[in-house]
Design a protein around this ligand. Structure first.
Ligand SMILES: C[S@@+](CC[C@H](N)C(=O)[O-])C[C@H]1O[C@@H](n2cnc3c(N)ncnc32)[C@H](O)[C@@H]1O
Length: 221
């Protein structure tokens, strides 16, 4: 059930409801908990920007990859490795995640968090601009899932790359799909995010999941 208010964007959540549900469904308990907790706390621990996915969005990534039976995954934007751990949690022991990160310091912290989560055997953190890493990565294609969470001004290029390098039925996941509420603005980065949506709608069966900043989900046709 929805109503007129919620169709216009009104939400029924509150900090208390979110905390209750995060704790119940998306907690940092379990074998990977130490790595998840330190990755999530990277703002306080290392002064990183607090721009990782939320706990429930992170868990959603895990579940979507499990549903897709993903074994080979590419992530754009590692930061401290929080979403990388969430993605890698879905992989079988012979699965692989390549996560692309511009900043050496971020990559170094992410590698430690992945180690603490016991997942470093299946995750490679590649340092440098994502665009430069892509040609070499193509030898590993086709991929089962691609997650975009960096460099919004090139989302269109990255989504195009994903369309070419995912298997049929593979998943495209794009965070900040509302572009911080500026998706419809006439600025270059918003145009790139809109192009990403529009081209994805051609090459994938798509929906934008109404997470706080929107998560585009596409299944490659
Ligand atoms: C939003 S954060 C990623 C958060 C992470 N996905 C998570 O949820 O835990 C974006 C990251 O992308 C990195 N980044 C920015 N531009 C990039 C580029 N051109 N190539 C690769 N990484 C980039 C930033 O340094 C930052 O660590």
């Amino acid at each position: 059930m929805a109503d007129l208010d919620s169709r216009q964007g009104h939400r029924y959540d509150s900090p208390e409801i979110l905390a209750y549900l995060n704790d119940l469904h998306a907690s940092h308990d379990g074998p990977q908990g130490a790595g998840l907790a330190t990755a999530f706390a990277a703002h306080g621990l290392h002064g990183f920007p607090a721009i990782q996915v939320g706990m429930s969005e992170g868990k959603l990534l895990t579940l979507l990859l499990r549903l897709a039976g993903a074994k080979k995954v590419v992530e754009f934007g590692t930061l401290a490795g929080y979403s990388a751990i969430r993605l890698a949690q879905a992989l079988p022991s012979d699965g692989r995640l390549w996560t692309l990160e511009l900043e050496e310091k971020h990559a170094e912290v992410a590698r430690k968090n992945l180690l603490a989560a016991g997942l470093s055997d299946r995750v490679e953190v590649l340092v440098g601009p994502a665009l430069e890493a892509l040609p070499a990565l193509e030898s590993e294609a086709p991929f089962d899932a691609v997650f975009l969470d960096a460099d919004k001004g090139r989302y269109d290029l990255y989504a195009r790359w994903a369309a070419l390098n995912l298997r049929q039925g593979g998943l495209l996941l794009v965070d900040n799909a509302y572009f911080f509420g500026e998706l419809l603005d006439q600025v270059p980065d918003a145009l790139a995010v809109r192009r990403c949506h529009e081209e994805a709608a051609q090459a994938f069966d798509t929906v934008c999941i109404p997470t706080p900043d929107g998560l585009l989900l596409g299944i490659k046709k």
